[in-house]
Design a protein around this ligand. Structure first.
Ligand SMILES: Nc1nc2c(ncn2[C@@H]2O[C@H](COP(=O)(O)OP(=O)(O)OP(=O)(O)O)[C@@H](O)[C@H]2O)c(=O)[nH]1
Ligand SMILES: [Mg+2]
Ligand SMILES: [Zn+2]
Length: 351
């Protein structure tokens, strides 16, 4: 069984826990039985699988929590630290422990839920790093990559771009150059997950107390990467992975948290996303995935320049000089508008 520390618990969480556990809101819950912390490993409809030092068990948000939930962010998501009542009974009997509270999230990746409704969908909580995986045998879509980078940075995590399946192309150099053009400061790593090749470059982003989530389209190799990192194959990066088990071969249908051996940190695997629409809480149009534009913008005449019709705009000047791709500025405008529209359509209460 992993220790709480191996699950990502640290002094910061302990302090948050102390505060929460003593809060008046949880007075009735405390009276009903001992509260303890656990981390959400898998989400199901209406319930979650959680883990603590004594192992896995089920927990269920109380009716009060469902009732009070303004949107899905108020309900538990994979990676959350939660306070549960009477874990011992749930563990022993297989029943669901009452989930009393969610510790304030340090980071949370959120997208706009697929479909017509204006609704946020949290993807993972309390992640330090997101591995944004693309596949070398598929057409590279820089605009899509920008969406991922924006979502990750908006959520407070650090993106690392992974170009996987480089064994399937003769030379990934052109693709890596295209990626570098949108990556900004974000690291870019090229991998062949099936043999473990290049995966060693991901280990600096993992490690004790850290949590990483793997995101990207279906079939790009997210689960293969998770499996390889779990199998400890990283050190043997030139050796083929002999047994991936079953998980790497199937389309992932749920978000799931894994603990790496030897205090190697925590990894969250996710199902492939077909579309990633931005959830714009932040109406600031300076979408955070655009370091290059932010840097140029420092020289715009107006500090709130939107780089459209404003005079003395350093960003448009850079496009005219050919120093910044016109598509990149167009993408910046599009994502900023999408965020603003998402925010404007929402009732004020949920902003
Ligand atoms: N040639 C090659 N195949 C790979 C590589 N990585 C993964 N694959 C294969 O690609 C297929 C899809 O891999 P998965 O890891 O299941 O992809 P995924 O991103 O988890 O897909 P979803 O769960 O549907 O989102 C599998 O058949 C893998 O064996 C790679 O580096 N090279
Ligand atoms: Mg998968
Ligand atoms: Zn400007």
């Amino acid at each position: 069984m992993p220790t709480l520390a191996e699950l990502g618990w640290n002094d910061g969480w302990a302090a948050a826990w102390a505060e929460l556990a003593a809060s008046p809101e949880l007075e009735a819950a405390r009276a009903a039985g001992p509260l303890s912390p656990a981390r959400v490993a898998v989400e199901h409809r209406g319930a979650v699988e959680v883990v603590d030092e004594a192992g896995a068990f089920w927990a269920e948000p109380t009716g009060k929590m469902f009732f009070a939930a303004g949107d899905r962010r108020a309900l538990p998501v994979v990676g959350d630290w939660i306070a549960v009542g009477d874990a011992a009974t749930a563990r022993a009997s297989g029943s669901r422990a009452p989930l009393r509270a969610i510790l304030p999230r340090r980071t949370c990746l959120v997208r706009r839920a697929a479909g017509d409704r204006e609704e946020p969908q949290p993807l993972a909580a309390n992640v330090d790093v997101a591995f944004v995986v693309t596949s070398a045998n598929q057409e590279l879509k820089p605009r899509r990559l920008e969406r991922y980078l924006t979502t990750v940075r908006d959520g407070g995590a650090t993106p690392v771009i992974v170009l996987n399946k480089i064994d399937l192309v003769d030379d990934p150099a052109a693709m890596l150059a295209t990626i570098a053009a949108v990556a900004g400061e974000s690291p870019v790593v090229a991998t062949t997950a099936t043999t473990g090749g290049g995966l060693g470059a991901l280990t600096p982003f993992l490690g004790p107390g850290r949590t990483a989530v793997v995101v990207g389209s279906s079939g790009v190799g997210k689960s293969t990467i998770v499996n390889a990192l779990m199998a400890g194959e990283v050190a043997l990066s030139t050796q083929p992975v002999s047994d991936l088990g079953d998980r790497g071969r199937h389309t992932t249908t749920r978000r799931e948290l894994f603990v790496l051996a030897d205090d190697g940190g925590v990894l969250i695997d996710t199902p492939g996303m077909r579309e990633l629409q931005l959830w714009g809480d932040d109406e600031d149009p300076s979408a955070s995935a655009f370091d290059d534009i932010a840097e140029l913008a420092a020289a715009c005449r107006f500090s709130d320049c939107r780089h459209r019709e404003e005079p003395d705009c350093a960003v448009r000047a850079a496009v005219e000089r050919g120093d910044l791709a016109a598509e990149r500025l167009a993408s910046f405008h599009k994502l900023a508008a999408e965020r603003a529209a998402s925010a404007a359509r929402r009732p004020r209460r949920s902003r």
